[in-house]
Design a binder for this molecule. Structure first.
Ligand code: DOR
Length: 380
């Protein structure tokens, strides 16, 4: 798949928060090691606000996003209460706007309060909601998901699906993902609903998604940095860290257009909750460095492909006018120091969540500035 980004030396003219002009110049002898990029859009984060703000709140989540180069994040609905109404969405957006850091885009649950059945709340769902999800759980009942797909299709909305058949959750997490992915590809094909597969982690699932995408432009998917760089690792996350064969298949799918986005599944937890087995890890602040160190330095993809996956394509899916350094795009920008090498210290995270398997890892590539609509927001 061709990547639309251009590499060169130059500067941007920004007017009223929008890129007015890109001026290319001849590079000097030593062009340095700072890379100006479109800021990133994360399709999948958990900010825990309202209800679980001891794990993360809007402000700490948004600061973590900025520190990671993200100016737009889509919020999953497994807050307390579960996000099932437009009033809840509007409350979160209003509180986030008052903090004036980045833009947040809450999802609404597919089934009311994640009850797995009730779709009656979907009648009132409207913009700015873009996607519906029961993330954290698969929608177990096929007829319920079929009906939800038909409703979402009528509204032109996308479902983002956590693929985990609960009948297999306790015994076989690979089968749990694979069997539900196959079911939902078929339901998506039958209904014509825009269907997004969240945190795809198995070779089988990504192979089926690739095949389905060849016949329809309504299927999209994301993978997480951790499923791209870890294998055979017991750190608790859902879906689990898989085998090297799965990682190789996911990596291959980055370049051929099968994967639309790298999304973090930023899932902050307290130490006590992790000790009790809560699945997930924080993701926003390490995403770029993990991808730069393991995927770019590791020779798996180039920087243009990474920017398609972190910025351009997720912004397109969210209907945002950003993700490319081109005139007319919002001036949402990130600057990385590609030479910076450091050891990960979770205590230095802006996120309340210090839960990461990458504590102590050596990484290269650090976000040094993030701009939102022409205003530098990071460093703070
Ligand atoms: O590991 C995970 N943590 N996977 C999910 O799907 C949910 C998330 C969470 O909310 O903690």
């Amino acid at each position: 798949m061709a990547d639309a980004h251009t590499e060169g030396y130059g500067y941007l003219v920004i007017e009223d928060g929008v890129i007015a002009e890109v001026v290319w110049m001849n590079p000097p002898e030593d062009p340095g090691h700072h890379l100006l990029m479109p800021a990133f859009t994360d399709l999948h984060v958990h900010f825990r606000d309202p209800g679980l703000t001891h794990k993360e709140d809007l402000e700490t989540g948004m600061r973590a996003a900025l520190a990671g180069g993200f100016t737009d994040v889509q919020l999953m609905g497994n807050t307390q209460p579960i996000t099932s109404t437009m009033e809840q969405v509007e409350d979160v957006i209003a509180r986030a706007r008052a903090l004036d850091l980045i833009d947040v885009h809450p999802c609404i649950s597919i089934t009311r309060d994640f009850d797995g059945k009730d779709l009656s709340h979907l009648n009132e769902v409207k913009a700015p909601v873009v996607m519906l999800t029961d993330d954290g759980f698969g929608v177990a009942d096929a007829k319920t998901l079929f009906d939800a797909m038909n409703l979402a299709k009528e509204k032109g909305m996308r479902l983002t699906l956590h693929e985990e058949e609960p009948a297999f959750s306790k015994t076989d997490m690979r089968l749990a993902e694979d069997v539900m992915t196959l079911r939902d590809l078929h339901l998506g094909r039958v209904t014509g609903c825009y269907t997004h597969f969240a945190h795809v982690s198995t070779k089988q699932a990504i192979d089926w998604i690739r095949a389905a995408k060849a016949g329809s432009d309504r299927f999209t998917c994301e993978v997480t940095p951790h499923h791209l760089v870890l294998w055979d690792n017991p750190y608790r996350v859902n879906p689990p860290i898989r085998a090297k064969e799965d990682v190789d298949a996911l990596r291959e799918a980055l370049t051929d257009g099968t994967v639309d986005a790298i999304a973090t599944d930023h899932a902050p937890h307290t130490k006590e909750d992790k000790d009790k087995g809560a699945p997930g890890m924080t993701g926003l602040e390490l995403a770029f460095a993990l991808c730069y160190t393991h995927l770019i330095k590791g020779g798996i993809i180039g920087i243009k492909t990474l920017l398609r996956l972190l910025a351009q394509r997720p912004a397109e899916l969210m209907g945002l006018q950003q993700g490319l350094l081109q005139p007319g795009m919002d001036a949402d920008l990130a600057i990385a120091d590609l030479a910076a090498e450091y050891t990960v210290d979770p205590e230095a995270f802006y996120s309340k969540g210090k839960n990461t398997p990458f504590s102590g890892a050596r990484l290269q590539g650090r976000i040094v500035e993030t701009w939102h609509k022409g205003v530098r927001k990071f460093p703070f």
